[in-house]
Ligand binder design. Structure first.
Ligand code: GLA
Length: 336
């Protein structure tokens, strides 16, 4: 079925790269779709601290190597993702035997980790999400009090960017965050990045995750793009998916029979949302360099586990059977 649709990334060659975040299982299960429609891959969980560096003297490069090899074989660009985050980080890095590691030890370990990853992959990476999700969602707070923050101090962010630029000077370094279109959080993200610029910390771009839903306000998205673009940096859409459920719909996982089921209208609304989003992205294609979905097709999506396990979601551009959704054809038709 998918063979009779033109390639999404070829259609968008004059606008931006079309990317997907993948793990090796995507590369086998969804191979045809990936090869045909995408020209950028993000290393999903494969280069997060915990998965790739589970013990002090042991790295596990297998997943990342597989993604880089696939990208090379198919001439795709690669976005590396998230060494410094509050999740999926191995505990060993924060400890020194039985107590917490101190600032010096933690910075030394971070630099060493980045030196190793940059040495192995740096030349093949066009953009790297260095720090992920450092800002809180609550209206009152500012920086998230992660272990990085508590043990190093707020300048852990500046160090991380300097380390990546030191060992991978040709890679663009990005800050990446979610709920980035909510006005209050948006302003805090702008404050963080402007501060980095004022301190002379390297920062090439911002990744708008764009985990949106069929209820997201498009004016907020436009305002966010404007606000980030005003910093003079490159923008990437890094984790796009369109949930069929309202973000406040967080059902009890112990009562799956109470889960809501999407209606035809919800799917229609999703199609409209995707078409409108791509129209907005096109209108900012002078600042947007790539648009990446978090996954490829609805058979493999993190939203089946989030916010609760077991509620099926269908958030991507390709269906669970790998056929393109009507909106995906429309998104291509819009530029032909
Ligand atoms: C966040 C992270 C990603 C990924 C997604 C969901 O947005 O940035 O690395 O974990 O959640 O899977």
């Amino acid at each position: 079925m998918y063979q009779d649709m033109p390639s999404l990334c070829e259609a968008y060659a004059d606008y931006f790269k079309i990317g997907a975040a993948v793990m090796p299982q995507n590369l086998t299960a969804q191979r045809n779709l990936i090869v045909k429609h995408f020209n950028s891959l993000t290393t999903s969980s494969a280069m997060k601290f915990g998965p790739i560096h589970p013990e002090e003297y042991r790295y596990d490069f297998a997943d990342a190597d597989a993604i880089f090899a696939f990208a090379k074989e198919h001439h795709m660009a690669v976005r590396a993702h998230a060494p410094v985050w509050h999740q999926q980080t191995a505990d060993w890095i924060f400890t020194d035997r039985f107590v917490y590691a101190d600032r010096e030890l933690l910075l030394e370990r971070l630099e060493d980790h980045i030196r190793v990853l940059a040495g192995r992959y740096g030349d093949s990476v066009y953009a790297w999400d260095v720090v992920n999700e450092a800002i809180v969602d609550e209206p009152d707070g500012y920086l998230r009090e992660t272990k990085w923050y508590k043990l190093i101090g707020p300048d852990y962010i500046d160090y991380a960017y300097r380390f990546v630029k030191k060992y991978a000077p040709h890679t663009q370094v990005f800050y990446n965050d979610y709920n980035e279109f909510h006005p209050i959080k948006r302003d805090k993200i702008v404050r963080l990045m402007r501060g980095m610029q004022e301190r002379g910390v390297p920062l090439d771009g911002f990744g708008l995750q764009q985990h949106v839903s069929i209820y997201t306000n498009l004016d907020d998205i436009k305002a966010a793009i404007e606000a980030y673009a005003a910093l003079g940096i490159t923008l990437h859409i890094t984790e796009l998916d369109v949930s069929l459920y309202h973000p406040k719909d967080r059902p009890n996982p112990y009562y799956p029979k109470h889960f809501t089921i999407p209606s035809r209208e919800d799917f229609a609304r999703q199609g409209k949302m995707y078409e409108d989003l791509f129209a907005i992205y096109r209108s900012y294609s002078d600042v947007i360099e790539s648009v990446t979905t978090w996954g490829v097709a609805d058979d493999l999506t993190w939203l089946d586990m989030h916010p609760v396990p077991g509620r099926k979601n269908y958030p991507l551009l390709f269906s669970y059977d790998h056929t393109p959704k009507p909106c995906t054809r429309a998104i291509v038709d819009a530029v032909r």
